[in-house]
Design a protein around this ligand. Structure first.
Ligand SMILES: Cc1cc2nc3c(=O)[nH]c(=O)nc-3n(C[C@H](O)[C@H](O)[C@H](O)COP(=O)(O)OP(=O)(O)OC[C@H]3O[C@@H](n4cnc5c(N)ncnc54)[C@H](O)[C@@H]3O)c2cc1C
Length: 789
């Protein structure tokens, strides 16, 4: 009897209170509400703007613990219109042909003028501008295709084209410009008569861009002969892409109004304006030298430069709204520019390296057959397949009208990091061929310049530690933003009511995830949902994401409850949670790509390799959180729930790695899908083109070699040689004995010639400076002669 009374008091009474909204709201919720308000981390306005900017998308499903695969796989396949496809096949290809990366980076230290002029004339700078203003109105996917293809030829070319189409004057005008501003500037930007840049970064405000010290003081001043209200701006910016050649400077600065000249109640703070580069006082024109990349980039400054109020983007009403504008527009560009450029670089690396692996022999064996090389090659192929899938999915999000804040940060960080890994592996495989600079080296510049993508548009360490999970935990989580909004509500009654709904919804969510997490842990996720149309051997991956998503959702809540505001400073914990989320996004993208491409069996090794690699990484990230979690009892309990029998996912096997490496070295539709829409020159001066020609002849050459083995063993014929002069002698010998047809002889000679061009490295006179000068003089004379002719 006493026990029953105790149980009623301990369990029954709280249960009745919690289950009765009116009782709960008056007895329990106010206390939790007060506690919540106390422990919520302090947030500045700029932090709030950054957190609330953009939209959530598939990231919200992954945060929910129950991703809706049927909805996901119904998303359309990214496609191009006929007009876009034609532009890609003709204008983009031609622009690639106008640039030679070695010449641009070594001889001219700049893009060739005809190429840049062509890009301007053909509308490359107005891809995001609507047709009514003379722009191309391309989809985000097309924009991504263009940047990707240009990157397979010359990264500087890609950067100069992508920047005007990314976060900058055009994008800001489209969203916030006055009609007058749009009508004046957009046609000029679309036609390439205005070259835009956008200057935010200051020497002492880099990652912490909201801390810019550049100031615009509201004052009266003279403009075009009249006295008018305006701003006296002083700025000092650096790293501004296109800055040295810009005609239109987009500028972010902080407005102050010491004399109270703005109407009462006006806001001040970060503001964006458009200033013609020729405006008196604008200092522009010097140049940085970012890792030998030749896109234009430099500092700009101004001292007490007066501009009228009409130059503020959106007019004076947008004073103080600049940070929100930038944060709202950041996602679209970030989802496209650097992911696309990195995929292009990776396609260049994979095309050149895989062909080289097949044709380059050491120890009488193609180097691509050695297990050690296959290991690196498999990483390159698996990473590229997944990077390209993530690029396409992120561009699709933008085309569907999203401003995907978290997804774009994931794409930016993980695609650029994997791009760096691909290039590093390529360099290791190429050996000395990758080391010696010159026109025959197709990878050295990519290797040199890949850190640029890591640094810009949110440096990667910061993106991983602060943005992906930090923003996701608030934006993509089903309840946290609702709870935060409720605590910020000035109407106490409504605040309590909303908080009650959000908080107790949150509690039910945590309990459901804990129960499901344990069930999945015990059953290996066997009952996790699989979409109706998923192919048989892929079903396990959908289940694995179901299991990981539940584990991730649970660990997110455990981390937030245990660490509270402290989580913001525990960057390594939030970075690892972000890693787990990111790997799930990358796997989703990969599975969708496989479905979109029609479940091509030739692609299955790439899918299996990249998904298993990412599952392994995701579980290691969660394991890292548990290992390092400051509250040990919470960590032990969470581990029991999510990994009761240890870590479930093994990395890709050696056998799978060999399947990927072999697929990469097999000519055909599978390899072409992996490298799709990259530029391939039709020019024997291009080392990648030579490698590809030799690679395509390889099956025929190997068949001849195989057929002639008995003749070699019988001493009728020497073993097939590698070098060009010996091959000439050998084919003559084989032809004289009637062992090869004239057509086979030609194929063998061509193979030896293309292989020779492909393995060749450059040498220069001892004085490299003098050699460079002589080379430049020679090329200039050749150009002049060509112009005269
Ligand atoms: C080639 C190039 C082109 C650029 N183009 C433009 C442009 O057109 N317009 C423009 O306005 N800017 C531009 N930038 C600036 C670019 O966006 C900044 O370089 C970038 O935001 C990082 O700033 P920072 O270089 O000053 O590094 P810092 O802010 O000094 O950061 C140094 C390191 O600290 C890390 N870090 C900083 N804060 C944190 C944190 N809270 N947690 C964890 N890690 C942190 C960063 O990840 C980085 O690794 C460009 C830069 C380059 C190099």
């Amino acid at each position: 009897m006493i026990l029953a009374i105790i149980l009623v008091i301990l369990i029954g009474v709280p249960a009745v209170i919690l289950a009765t909204p009116a009782l709960r709201r008056s007895l329990v919720t106010p206390h939790i509400f007060a506690l919540f308000k106390r422990i919520l981390p302090a947030m500045s306005d700029t932090e709030r703007d950054a957190l609330e900017a953009g939209t959530t998308w598939w990231d919200a499903d992954l945060f929910s613990g129950r991703p809706d695969w049927n909805k996901f796989l119904k998303l359309p396949r990214p496609t191009l219109t006929a007009e876009e496809q034609s532009f890609l096949d003709h204008e983009v290809r031609h622009l690639c042909e106008l640039v030679d990366d070695w010449e641009a980076t070594q001889v001219w230290q700049g893009l060739p003028a005809p190429a840049w002029q062509y890009a301007r004339d053909k509308g490359f700078l107005g891809m995001i501008i609507p047709k009514q203003y003379g722009g191309k109105a391309f989809s985000a996917y097309m924009h991504s295709q263009v940047v990707m293809q240009l990157s397979t030829r010359c990264s500087a070319l890609a950067v100069q084209v992508m920047v005007p189409n990314s976060l900058g004057p055009a994008e800001l005008l489209l969203h916030y410009g006055t009609e007058e501003q749009k009508n004046y500037y957009l046609p000029r930007l679309a036609a390439g008569t205005e070259i835009p840049c956008f200057a935010l970064t200051s020497p002492y405000a880099g990652s912490d861009a909201a801390a810019i010290p550049d100031t615009g003081v509201v004052c009266m001043g003279r403009f075009e002969g009249r006295e008018t209200l305006g701003l006296r701006i002083t700025w000092n910016k650096r790293y501004i892409t296109l800055g040295p050649i810009a005609t239109l400077l987009g500028l972010a600065f902080r407005v102050v109004d010491p004399d109270g000249l703005l109407p009462a109640g006006s806001s001040t703070g970060i503001t964006c304006a458009l200033i013609p580069a020729t405006h008196p006082g604008v200092v522009i024109g010097r140049r940085h030298w970012p890792l030998n990349a030749v896109f234009q980039n430099g500092p700009t400054s101004g001292d007490d430069v007066f501009i009228p109020m009409e130059w503020i983007i959106g007019g004076p009403g947008q004073i103080g709204k600049g940070w929100r504008m930038l944060m709202e527009c950041l996602a679209a560009g970030r989802a496209i520019s650097l992911p696309s450029a990195s995929v292009g670089t990776a396609k260049l690396a994979v095309r050149g390296t895989s062909a080289y692996c097949a044709i380059r022999r050491q120890f009488k064996t193609s180097i691509g057959k050695f297990e050690g090389v296959q290991e690196a090659l498999a990483r390159m192929g698996g990473n590229l397949y997944m990077m390209d899938a993530a690029r396409k999915l992120s561009a699709l999000a933008v085309d569907l009208g999203e401003k995907p804040a978290v997804v774009s940060a994931i794409a930016k960080y993980h695609v650029t990091e994997r791009g760096r890994a691909v290039v590093n592996d390529g360099m290791d495989i190429l050996g000395g061929k990758g080391i010696c600079m010159g026109p025959s080296n197709f990878l050295a510049r990519a290797y040199q310049q890949i850190p640029i993508a890591i640094t810009v548009e949110g440096a990667n360490i910061l993106t991983r530690c602060l943005i992906i999970f930090g923003q996701g935990a608030i934006r993509s989580h089903p309840y946290v933003l609702k709870e935060m909004r409720a605590t910020a509500n000035g109407d106490h009654r409504k605040a309590l009511h909303d908080f009650d709904a959000a908080f107790f919804g949150h509690m039910r969510f945590v309990c459901a995830n804990a129960a499901r997490g344990l069930w999945y842990g015990l059953t290996g996720g066997a009952t996790a949902p699989v979409p109706e149309q998923a192919a048989g051997d892929m079903a396990a991956y959908y289940r694995a994401i179901g299991r990981l998503s539940t584990a991730f959702a649970l660990m997110t809540d455990v981390s937030m409850f245990v660490l509270g505001g402290e989580l913001k400073r525990r960057e390594r914990i939030s970075a690892r949670l972000g890693d787990a989320l990111s790997q799930m996004y990358l796997i989703s993208a990969t599975l969708k790509r496989y479905e979109d491409d029609g479940r091509q069996q030739a692609d299955a090794p790439y899918v299996h390799w990249s998904v298993r690699d990412a599952l392994h990484k995701a579980q290691l990230a969660l394991d890292g959180v548990l290992e390092n979690f400051p509250n040990r009892p919470a960590a032990v309990l969470a581990r029991l729930l999510v990994f009761p029998f240890g870590l479930p996912y093994a990395p890709p096997s050696d056998e799978l790695g060999s399947a990927v490496a072999n697929a990469m070295q097999t000519a055909g539709a599978g390899r072409e899908r992996l490298l799709a829409d990259g530029f391939l020159a039709d020019d024997l001066r291009d080392p990648v083109a030579c490698g590809e020609l030799a690679f395509n002849l390889l099956p025929q050459v190997e068949a001849i070699e195989h057929r002639l083995k008995p003749a070699v063993r019988a001493g009728q014929l020497d073993a097939m040689p590698q070098s060009l002069p010996e091959m000439e002698r050998w084919t003559t010998q084989a032809a004289a004995k009637g062992l090869v047809t004239p057509e086979e002889r030609r194929a063998l000679s061509d193979f030896a010639r293309f292989t020779d061009l492909s393995v060749r490295v450059d040498d220069f006179p001892p004085d490299l400076n003098a050699a460079a000068d002589a080379d430049k003089r020679w090329r200039m004379a050749a150009q002049e002669a060509a112009v005269e002719a």
